[in-house]
Design a protein around this ligand. Structure first.
Ligand code: FAD
Ligand code: PHB
Length: 390
């Protein structure tokens, strides 16, 4: 089949781009390796910045997010038995974040695609990218045992960290920067009222913990665990006991526990691939960069890629202006690296590093003391957490 834009990957990046392009009359075909149910079963991000929310509204899929998402004007950092509040609103001159689950947002995007009659193909196999350096790239894949082919002007790789798009770029044309952390996050979703109306990021000598939420009846909790741990090793009871140990006593005693409805371990990684373009292939979102989730930046970094790419493609098709496409990689990477810096910094500030020296620990303590003694340092944290401008 022939289309203008071939999109690989039906996560938030690919869906959002196809929806935005559709509304501008630009045709796309999106292919996704998994079923829709599988994609919607993944529990990931919870915190959105307003730039992301604005794109959802522009894509005409923001109504439920505006109704059900919760505006958060601040969050807590707990350490040494106390909790200190980061007042995002006061520190940023009125900005905040929205707590709305990636699962819900992805559901809204799929419904938006259905409503407009968008072309989304699930359960594809053997996706291969061809002739990316030519003006006529194409993508082949297998669907229900048939070999299919998409001929297009541009291929957009939105297929996440483990996708095929980035790997289609010859090794000598891409540079990868990476830092792996010696721990992961064990996450639990439970149908219980959240322990706090605002998120709590907890630094503790036993390791980091995070109390987050999806609604007034749905809680999302995480604890730092060694990479060698498996989900099976952690019963719900053990998980909540460990979480409580890492929280200040008033939160620990108020925590209501219940059976987990999802439990998974996510490794922590910082990763950037440069450039985010090879011929007529453009990478966006987790396909090009990954952050540890501590700063809640991952999905929000994907959103700025989509914003730049969307405008660049519209300029190409509506005005014949290719400057946006030419500049895409540089512009996207400039913001991506700021998200990387912040996510690495938040991770370093709050986690226990098994191989950290006494010196490292004292620096970590001092960083935290400095943060809460300097309104300017705190304002920098807040500015990054709510999201730097696109
Ligand atoms: P993905 O969501 O990974 O989607 C890629 C899609 O491509 C997938 O559906 C995959 O099945 C598909 N695919 C893969 N290979 C192929 C192929 N060969 N062919 C076709 N399709 C393919 N971010 C935030 O901003 N805030 C947060 O609070 C936050 N919390 C997080 C918590 C956790 C525990 C984790 C793990 C992540 C968190 N993130 C957060 C990061 C966020 O979830 C990701 O950045 C986001 O999912 C990226 O979206 P994407 O569409 O680029 O990639
Ligand atoms: C989540 O709710 O899943 C979440 C929130 C904040 C983060 C990471 C994850 O920094």
């Amino acid at each position: 089949m022939r289309t203008q834009v071939g999109i690989i990957g039906g996560g938030p990046s690919g869906l959002l781009l196809s929806q935005l392009l559709h509304l501008k009359g630009i045709a796309s075909v999106l292919i996704e390796r998994q079923s829709r149910e599988y994609v919607l079963g993944r529990i990931r991000a919870g915190v959105l910045e307003h730039g992301f929310a604005a794109l959802m509204r522009e894509a005409q899929v923001g109504d439920r997010m505006d109704r059900e998402g919760q505006i958060h004007d601040g969050f807590f950092i707990a350490h040494d038995g106390i909790k200190e509040r980061v007042d995002l609103k006061a520190l940023t001159g009125g900005n905040s974040v929205i707590v709305y689950g990636q699962t819900e947002l992805t559901r809204d995007l799929y419904e938006g695609r259905d409503r407009l009659g968008g072309s989304v193909v699930h359960n594809v196999k053997d996706v291969t990218l061809h002739d990316l350096q030519s003006a006529h790239p194409h993508v082949t894949y297998r669907h229900e045992e048939e070999l299919e082919r998409i001929d297009c002007d541009f291929v957009i790789g939105c297929d996440g960290f483990h996708g095929v798009s980035r790997k289609a770029i010859p090794k000598d044309r891409i540079r990868e920067y990476e830092r792996a952390y010696p721990f992961g996050w064990l996450g639990v979703l439970s149908r219980t009222p959240p322990v706090s109306p605002e998120l709590i990021y907890a630094k503790h000598e036993r390791g980091f913990a995070l109390c987050s939420l999806r609604s007034q009846t749905l809680s999302r909790y995480y604890i730092q665990v060694p990479l060698t741990d498996s989900v099976e090793q952690w019963s719900d009871e053990q998980f909540f006991d460990e979480l409580k140990r890492r929280l200040p006593p008033d939160f620990a005693s108020a925590l209501i526990t219940g059976p987990s409805i999802e439990k998974s371990i996510a490794p922590l990684r910082s990763f950037v691939a440069e450039p985010m373009r090879y011929g007529n292939l453009y990478l966006a979102g987790d396909a090009a960069h990954i952050v540890p989730p501590t700063g809640a930046r991952g999905l929000n970094s994907a959103a700025s890629d989509i914003y730049y790419l969307y405008h660049a493609l519209v300029d190409h098709y509506e005005k014949g202006d290719d400057r946006g496409l030419e500049n895409y990689s540089n512009k996207a990477l400039a913001r991506v690296w700021k998200g990387q810096r912040f996510s690495w910094w938040m991770t370093t500030l709050l986690h226990r590093f098994p191989d950290g020296s006494g010196f490292d620990q004292r620096l970590q303590d001092t960083e935290l003391t400095y943060l809460f003694s300097s309104p300017r340092a705190l304002a920098s944290l807040a500015e990054n957490y709510v999201g730097l401008p696109f």
